[in-house]
Write a protein that binds this ligand. Structure first.
Ligand code: ADP
Length: 167
């Protein structure tokens, strides 16, 4: 059984991420969407919230599971066994970084492959950080976020506006 692992920050999951998840779920027997802890980033949503959002958004996909990991992706993949890393590629700017990460992961875990799925053209502009910026304004978020998480996203934006904590 071939396992795909789709790692990322998912802060929060966008419809661009969901598109990659659906396509990868059709390629692999089992797909693990893994929320990675990144100490360099200051997330808007806690790890638990991001996992919960992903679970809601993938509830209709029986071969998809959601996990979280604080450590090296190459080590996580080693523990899972026969797997391939899945990444979404938006533009040239993603490529440089992702190419380097794929090589580093292979160096740490020889034989670990990374598969790139090109972003659907209508989502190439979309990133979690763009959505967080747009959240400040009165725009229709259904063009960017899965419907299952929009009200939670709006609540967090409102809390931040009132001077509350980011998470
Ligand atoms: P971001 O904060 O930029 O959205 P993530 O770390 O959450 O990034 O992204 C996880 C993975 O999803 C990465 O491989 C990234 O390239 C990919 N990805 C992010 N947004 C999109 C999109 N709109 N279309 C396709 N892939 C995407």
């Amino acid at each position: 059984m071939k396992i795909g692992i789709y790692p990322g920050s998912f802060d929060p999951v966008t419809i661009g991420h969901r598109n990659i998840i659906r396509r990868a779920a059709g390629i692999f027997d089992r797909l693990i969407v893994c929320v990675m802890v990144n100490a360099a980033k200051n997330p808007m949503f806690t790890l638990e919230e991001r996992v919960d959002f992903l679970r809601r958004v993938t509830a209709d996909l029986p071969n998809v599971e959601v996990d979280a990991f604080d450590g090296l992706l190459a080590e996580y993949a080693r523990a899972k066994g026969n797997c391939v890393i899945v990444k979404g590629l938006r533009a040239g700017s993603d490529f440089e970084y992702e190419f380097q990460m794929a090589l580093i992961n292979r160096k740490i875990n020889p034989g670990l492959d990374t598969m790139f799925l090109t972003a659907e053209h209508q989502y190439t502009y979309l990133s979690s950080s763009t959505v967080k910026e747009l959240g400040e304004y009165d725009v229709d978020l259904s063009d960017f976020l899965p419907e299952q998480i929009i009200s939670d996203f709006k609540k967090r934006i409102a809390t931040i506006r009132q001077g509350g904590k980011r998470q």
